[in-house]
Structures are given as structure tokens and as C-alpha cells.
Ligand binder design. Structure first.
Ligand SMILES: [Mn+2]
Length: 507
């Protein structure tokens, strides 16, 4: 048995008297509701608090959700947060901000990600679709969110509906718990909720009369309409169906203070794991990769954000080498591109260091050339730069500086040399996705809250065109950076990158 606090100080109680069922799952939810931090647009009178309730103690086994909430996982979420670091209020504010960008009589349709199968009944870890997560904080598959604009001003400019898996103790005994329709309203603050199994009857009534449907759900499969698209068309025959991503990208691209704080936590965990990895010799790419995966969690993150690149020696020249199965030679450097994820937000770091603990002269020369350029690129990530600066401009500057550095090292950088030696862009946006806000241009002026990577690299093919002692070397140095007015906030500063600091770790 687990005793729950009756109330949490300073928190808003929502519809606490609406569901009177005692000693049931609903009762457990009613007790949870005080600290769910009902969002501001639906404040209900505090006088409805259940002062006379007799079931202040409920079985912990009744408090079952499909994802951590504060009441069940207080070590992961603070009161009021729906996901680590992000409050219920912030999720409601995001829905209001999106709604204010849409024309009147719009609906947004967000299907959850699908569980992907690895083979037979064996599935991959589930990850929620990023826009669904951004707008709801709800992390279960087999769900659909609907946001409908209203004629009121923000924050009451929309209604929010969640269709989810209804509670089913028999199935949950197999799959682990999920949250159910009651929690969709009580915890995730949907105005209404229902069973996803009743999608065909519930969705038409939620969207009828809409003039614009914003969704990125696939509308055709094998050139036939998908069931969802048929349902949308039959419910709103004259509605215009439009892509959602262009509307949501400008919101997602600028991170809130809470998002920046969360990405800093993810970056700190990533950086500490990298520096810990540099302290010891690794016999294989595999053992180094496994250490980082473990260390990300030890350092407070949820796990790794993407399949890492752990590339010894010339394998670093394959930009997306992820086999990570070779032995490491103490004469080589190792290039590691990896990042931790926390609360859905990712971090993206690349470091190169000598497997044996000390750089050779050519390794050091090339490394320091890239590092000088990387520092300049990072320093450009400020909003107050005269005339502004874009990722594309940072790319052009870093490419020019790299060319100068390589000229000094004896490279012939005429012709297509830079396209061979530095074949990728210097950066991309980061956030919920590693390549965040897909489709959002790199020609956008960076402003406070943009989070990007800065990752110049030089990859020298084993080819007579290049100076002999540099052939086969690969150097990329990458940090995740948040743009601020006067300068960059480096999110991943704990990953050391100065030559003397790297070598000192092994002395
Ligand atoms: Mn990157």
C-alpha cells in the first residue's frame, strides 16, 4: 500500500468532484489529480476538493500508467511535469501556440507512432512520433490526438481530444500497464477522451464541419487511401487537407527555457560519458560503444539518442559507419559520434581521440586545424550578430577557414578538394529529433532558442592526391549548441576537446 498526498501545495485541482467512483482505478486517479497540475485554461473551484473522502490510501498496484508520472516515478519527474522537465502547462501552451497559427475552423490530426517489429512478435523499443509527443506529452502507441481550433482567444483557442487504448487488465498483464481513457483527461488534460477502438465513430464527431485538416499522417498506401484518410474525407468532404510540419516547425525550432534546460542535462550526461570514455584504453569499437550506452544512463539520461558511430582509424572516413565491430589499434585515433536522450530530447556530440592516449604529430596537426575552425563556428552561434547569421553562413565560413588550415598543412585544396575532404554541412538543428524540424531551412537567421550542432570535419582518403602522413585520418568535432543573444550556450561542454586535456586524461 502506498500513501498518497491529499494535496500538493500551489497546485490547481481539476474536476476533482467529477468522477465519484470510490476504491477503483478512477478513485486512484482522483487522488492523483491534485498534483497533475491542471493547466490554467480550465481552473475549477478549489472548494470541490474531496475533503470528506475516505480512501486516502490506495494500492500502489492500482496506480498504473503507460509511462512514468510524478506520482509513480518521483525520481524522474517533478510535480506538474508530464515528461521529464516539461510541465503540463507547457504542453497546453504549445497547443495554444499552434492553434493561434491556424486559420479558423482547423483541426490537427496526430496519429501516434506505430510499434515496429524486429522479427515475428519481437518489437523494437517504442518511440513516440515527435510532433505527437511535442503537443501531448503522451508516450503510448495506438493513440490519436485531435486539436480543434475555437473562435476564442488563446489560451482557450482550441479543444484537445485523445483517443487511447482503454484500460484492459487482462491485456496489461501481458504488455505492462497503459494509461487508459480516464488518465487521458485527468493526467494528460484532454478535454475529452475515448477508446481508440471506437475511432470510426468518435473521430467524425470531433472534426465535423472543419474547413482545414492539418496532418502528416500518410493519406495513401500502395496508391489507395488509408483508412484514416477515408475517415477524414467522409467526415469532412469539403475540407482541405494540409501538411502539419510547416506549421509546427517554427514552434519546435525555438526552444523554451525548459527545453533548453533539458537539453543541457542531456548534453551534460553525454559530455561526461565521453570524457569518462577517454580516460581508458578500449580494445574494440564494441566495448567503447557499450560503455557509452551504459554511461549515458549512469549520468542521468534515458539512454542513447541514435545508433552511435564508433570508428577506429580509417573507418572514420565512412560518415555513417555504425558496424562498430572492429578492433582498435593504439596507433589510431577513434572517432565517436554519439548522444544521450533525456525526456525525448537528444544531444549530438562527436569527438576524436588517440586510442593509445597520445596524438601522433599528423593526428595532432589535423585535429587542431579542425578544432580551431570548430571553435569559430561555435562562437558564431549568437543572435545579436550584426545582420544575423544562418547555419548556411556558418557552413561557408567554416569551409573557408578549413581550406586555409588545410593549405597550411600542405594539402592542395584546389578544384573539388573541399567537397571531398569536408563533404557534409557544418550543422543541423537538434531537439526532439537528431535532425530536428525536418524541412526547416538552414537559411533561417538564428535567434535565441535555436539549438544546432557545429561539426566541421576533415576526412582524408587513402589516395596519392593528399599528403602521405594524413592519408586515412578522419577528424570531426561536434558540439550541440543553443543560440543566445550575446553568445552560444554550449550544451555539451563536459566533453573535453583540447589536445592537452584529452592527453591529460591518460597520464
Ligand atoms: Mn550531428
Amino acid at each position: 500500500m502506498m500513501k498518497l498526498p491529499r494535496t500538493a501545495p500551489g497546485q490547481v485541482v481539476r474536476c476533482i468532484a467529477r468522477h465519484g467512483q470510490p476504491a477503483s482505478h478512477n478513485a486512484a486517479l482522483s487522488l492523483l489529480r491534485p498534483s497533475c497540475l491542471r493547466v490554467h485554461r480550465h481552473v475549477t473551484p478549489r472548494s470541490s476538493a474531496p475533503t470528506s473522502r475516505s480512501y486516502a490510501t490506495v494500492s500502489a498496484s492500482e496506480l498504473q500508467f503507460g509511462q512514468p508520472v510524478h506520482e509513480t516515478h518521483p525520481h524522474l519527474l517533478a510535480p506538474g511535469e508530464l515528461t521529464p522537465g516539461i510541465t503540463a502547462q507547457e504542453y497546453a501552451d504549445r497547443r495554444a501556440a499552434l492553434s493561434s497559427l491556424l486559420p479558423p475552423d482547423s483541426v490537427v490530426i496526430l496519429p501516434a507512432a506505430e510499434l515496429k517489429y524486429r522479427s515475428g512478435a519481437v518489437f523494437f523499443p517504442f518511440r513516440q512520433e515527435s510532433n505527437f509527443l511535442y503537443l501531448t506529452g503522451f508516450s503510448e502507441p495506438e493513440s490519436l490526438a485531435v486539436i480543434r481550433t475555437t473562435s476564442s482567444a488563446a489560451p482557450d483557442n482550441h479543444t484537445f481530444h485523445l483517443l487511447v487504448r482503454p484500460k484492459d487488465p487482462r491485456l496489461e498483464q501481458w504488455s505492462g500497464p497503459w494509461s487508459g481513457t480516464q488518465a487521458a483527461t485527468d493526467v494528460w488534460n484532454a478535454d475529452t477522451s475515448g477508446s481508440i477502438h471506437n475511432l470510426d465513430t468518435l473521430l467524425p464527431s470531433l472534426i465535423r464541419g472543419a474547413k482545414y485538416i492539418y496532418t502528416d499522417a500518410p493519406l495513401t498506401q500502395n496508391s489507395s487511401p488509408t483508412p484514416l484518410s477515408s475517415l477524414l474525407r467522409s467526415s469532412c468532404p469539403s475540407a482541405s487537407i494540409r501538411p502539419l510540419q510547416p506549421k509546427i516547425n517554427p514552434l519546435r525550432a525555438i526552444k523554451s527555457p525548459a527545453e533548453i534546460a533539458l537539453m543541457r542535462r542531456a548534453g551534460r550526461a553525454t559530455g561526461r560519458a565521453f570524457t569518462a570514455a577517454m580516460r581508458r584504453p578500449w580494445p574494440t569499437e564494441k566495448s567503447l560503444a557499450a560503455f557509452l550506452d551504459h554511461e549515458f544512463v549512469v549520468q542521468g539520461a534515458d539512454g542513447q539518442a541514435y545508433v552511435p558511430v564508433v570508428a577506429g582509424g580509417p573507418r572514420g572516413n565512412m560518415i555513417h559507419y555504425v558496424q562498430n565491430l572492429a578492433a582498435l589499434s593504439p596507433r589510431d585515433t577513434v572517432l565517436v559520434d554519439a548522444g544521450a536522450e533525456l525526456g525525448g530530447y537528444i544531444s549530438d556530440v562527436t569527438r576524436v581521440w588517440p586510442v593509445g592516449g597520445r596524438f601522433s604529430d599528423p593526428q595532432r596537426d589535423l585535429y587542431e586545424a579542425v578544432l580551431r575552425v570548430q571553435r569559430t563556428g561555435v562562437a558564431m552561434c549568437r543572435a545579436a550578430a550584426p545582420g544575423g547569421v544562418t547555419l548556411d553562413q556558418i557552413h561557408r565560413v567554416t569551409e573557408r577557414l578549413l581550406r586555409e588550415q588545410l593549405d597550411d598543412l600542405g594539402f592542395d585544396t584546389r578544384g573539388d578538394a573541399m567537397g571531398v575532404l569536408f563533404p557534409h554541412h557544418v550543422g543541423h538543428y537538434v531537439g526532439l529529433d537528431v535532425h530536428d524540424v525536418p524541412g526547416y531551412g538552414r537559411d533561417v537567421k538564428l535567434s535565441k532558442g535555436h539549438c544546432v550542432t557545429v561539426e566541421p570535419g576533415v576526412y582524408v582518403p587513402d589516395d596519392e592526391r593528399w599528403p602521405e602522413h594524413f592519408r586515412g585520418l578522419a577528424v570531426r568535432i561536434e558540439d550541440s549548441v543553443c543560440v543566445d543573444d550575446e553568445g552560444p550556450l554550449v550544451l555539451t561542454t563536459e566533453a573535453v576537446k583540447e589536445v592537452v586535456d584529452i592527453e591529460a586524461l591518460r597520464e
